[in-house]
Design a protein around this ligand. Structure first.
Ligand code: MG
Ligand code: MG
Length: 260
């Protein structure tokens, strides 16, 4: 069942989502060759707790860390650990925070040092997929319109669209209805209404779309062909006239000094 949110509830979800944006920026400031993903997780968890939030990934179905940190061919759900980042890597940081009972979810793929033009293009197109999907999140459209927009742009650029994982409703809990796939057919799926709050999160691969989940940890999701992937995610609310992005990349990209 899809639970729509009131304007007041959306404002509270926005606060949680903005703390996610600030956390991603704080983690991003520490990303450089030679540090471990565990170190980044510690930075993120400390920042979340210092700001009154709860890192919801920690302990979720046994996930052992505050953040999902996914490097290169790891698409999503990477477990922070002893892996050292190196020049040319990409690193996706995915963060879900509960603040005062409301939940925000956002992810960003960062470059490590100097990255190749191919990696830059993958990251640029994946971010474009996110915003093209968000544009479709308006009253009267359907969930399939979002996935269709993401898929069309990724495939036009020669990239793969992961099928096994998708976006989702969010706000009261980490995962709510509906699922928001990154592929789809226009005009299909649940009707989008004012008050819908969802996380849209394209997971785009440089090679084939096929992924495998690690047998040893049950979490790490990698591309089968070993080629890199990128992942960007925003929490958005559907207003009467269209989508509103509740999370923010502005803290990461230094486009604002707004401190709410
Ligand atoms: Mg997420
Ligand atoms: Mg999510």
């Amino acid at each position: 069942m899809i639970v729509l949110k009131t304007k007041e509830e959306i404002e509270l979800i926005r606060k949680a989502a903005l703390l996610v944006g600030k956390t991603l920026a704080e983690v991003g400031r520490h990303i450089r060759p030679g540090i471990t993903t565990r170190f980044l997780d510690q930075i993120g968890e400390q920042f979340i707790r210092d700001n009154g939030g709860i890192p919801l990934c920690k302990g979720f179905e046994g996930f052992p860390a505050a953040l999902c940190i996914s490097v290169n061919d790891v698409v999503v759900h990477g477990i922070p650990g002893d892996l050292f980042l190196k020049d040319g890597d990409n690193v996706s940081v995915d963060c879900v925070i509960e603040l005062d009972g409301y939940v925000g979810d956002s992810a960003y793929t960062f470059p490590v040092g100097e990255i190749s033009p191919e990696m830059q293009r993958l990251m640029k197109v994946t971010k474009e997929c996110l915003y093209l999907g968000i544009e479709k999140a308006k009253p009267g459209n359907r969930i399939g319109d979002i996935g269709h927009a993401v898929q069309a742009h990724a495939e036009k650029n020669g990239y793969g669209v992961v099928r096994e994982l998708c976006g989702h409703g969010v706000g009261f809990k980490m995962h709510e209805s509906p699922n928001v796939p990154n592929y789809g057919v226009k005009g299909t799926g649940a009707l989008i209404k004012e008050g819908l709050v969802i996380a849209i999160e394209p997971m785009i691969t440089m090679g084939s779309k096929n992924v495998k989940i690690s047998q040893s940890d049950g979490w790490t999701c990698r591309t089968k062909d070993g080629k890199p992937a990128a992942h960007y995610e925003h929490t958005i609310a559907v207003g009467a006239n269209g989508p509103e992005i509740l999370s923010s990349f502005d803290f990461i990209e230094n486009k604002t000094d707004k401190q709410q």
